[in-house]
Write a protein that binds this ligand. Structure first.
Ligand SMILES: [Zn+2]
Ligand SMILES: [Zn+2]
Length: 220
């Protein structure tokens, strides 16, 4: 088959060692494209996987003061190749690219066997504009399902507010259902930057009585 990013054939990647290890997972990338993505590695904040330190980072300590115990896993760094990927996938709307990380995502997500997955939703207006939720695409391509428990309100124009006012306002997410919630939830997003979105959703579920809430993103 051909690499989803550059179109080169990936056939040469089927080496003897692949055969020997019975690796029959599909390769969606050629080895050249594959090597442009960078995994986070071993040296990172134990709570949020921020690189460059091995103790709890400043941000995680701040979240702690807000009553949020950060418990986040991510796979890749947000390097240039990853920025390019998301620009094609999200903004050009190339839905086929949801498969690019399917094998590596499947490997990670299967570690959360007793968790129900919840994907960070888009607002209705954004969903209409993009045509798909990019996080749902990634999770489905990896072969997993998720529960539709979380909604997002339309974002109001916030030009009249300054930054701190915006940060202080309520999060735009809400729990859709009145049915009992699962005991354990993994909240999944595509990219963790400040962690503001995903950690506030974590707290939303915790306040609703979910005992075990962890968070996960493809990229940190
Ligand atoms: Zn390629
Ligand atoms: Zn941290």
């Amino acid at each position: 088959m051909n690499c989803l990013l550059c179109g080169q054939s990936t056939k040469s990647d089927l080496t003897f060692s692949h055969l020997l290890l019975f690796k029959n997972e599909r390769n969606y990338l050629c080895s050249a494209c594959d090597s442009t993505f960078e995994k986070i590695g071993e040296y990172h904040c134990p709570s949020c996987m921020k690189r460059g330190l091995s103790t709890k980072c400043k941000d995680c300590k701040l979240w702690c003061k807000e009553g949020i115990q950060v418990d986040h896993k991510a796979i890749f760094t947000y390097n240039q190749a990853m920025k390019d990927f998301f620009s094609r996938y999200k903004f050009d709307g190339d839905f086929l690219l949801r498969k690019v990380f399917a094998p590596v995502l499947a490997d990670e997500l299967k570690k959360y066997r007793d968790y129900e997955f919840v994907v960070i939703p888009l607002s209705p207006e954004r969903l209409l504009e993009r045509g798909f939720n990019q996080v749902e695409g990634l999770v489905e391509a990896a072969g997993f399902s998720f529960q539709d428990l979380l909604g997002k309100r339309e974002e109001k124009a916030s030009s009249s507010k300054n930054r701190s006012e915006r940060l202080a306002t309520e999060i735009p997410f809400y729990i859709k259902t009145e049915a009992p919630l699962p005991k354990k939830i993994l909240v999944i997003d595509d990219i963790y930057t400040t962690g503001a979105t995903i950690n506030r959703v974590k707290r939303l579920f915790e306040e609703a009585g979910v005992l075990g809430v962890k968070t996960f993103s493809l990229v940190r």
